[in-house]
Design a binder for this molecule. Structure first.
Ligand SMILES: [Zn+2]
Length: 146
């Protein structure tokens, strides 16, 4: 479910929130971490997907720099943007064989370090490909739950 979030910076952004998170929320209000531009917030959301509050959270200055550069901090979780991709995205040339290999490994649980290990690929190369996949909106980046 896409919700509109009135961010602490004054801008509005959209965040895709899984119904499961809201369903399993204690006391009917779920807290969800999101990054927006160079900052991060916790979004409080009720079972009707209504945003009850938005609070800024501190992120590591190094992470901030990476986010600003369009890069991705190493321990941020990489999540597919769809449950299943049509198998023809590879055949149609929408992604390279290397990107397809990385995409196949992205299961929503691994961060960049774990991905690079699983792929036997350098962290820097993995990061480059993940950034490409992110630009193509095939994946999302999330921090691991605190
Ligand atoms: Zn913001």
């Amino acid at each position: 479910m896409i919700v509109k979030v009135n961010c602490v910076c004054g801008k509005v952004f959209e965040k895709d929130i899984s119904p499961e998170i809201v369903k399993n929320a204690r006391g009917g209000v779920a807290s969800v971490f999101a990054t927006h531009e160079d900052h991060a917030v916790i979004i409080y959301i009720d079972e009707k997907f209504k945003v009850r509050g938005v609070e800024p959270v501190a992120i590591d200055p190094k992470d901030k720099e990476l986010l600003m550069q369009g890069s991705i901090p190493l321990y941020y979780r990489v999540v597919p943007s769809k449950a299943k991709f049509p198998p023809m995205i590879k055949e149609l040339g929408l992604i390279s064989p290397e990107e397809a290999r990385v995409l196949e490994e992205i299961d929503g649980k691994k961060n960049l370090i774990q991905l690079s290990k699983a792929l036997g690929m350098s962290i820097e190369r993995t990061r480059e490909i993940v950034i490409e996949l992110h630009k193509k909106k095939l994946i999302k980046i999330e921090t691991l739950p605190v």
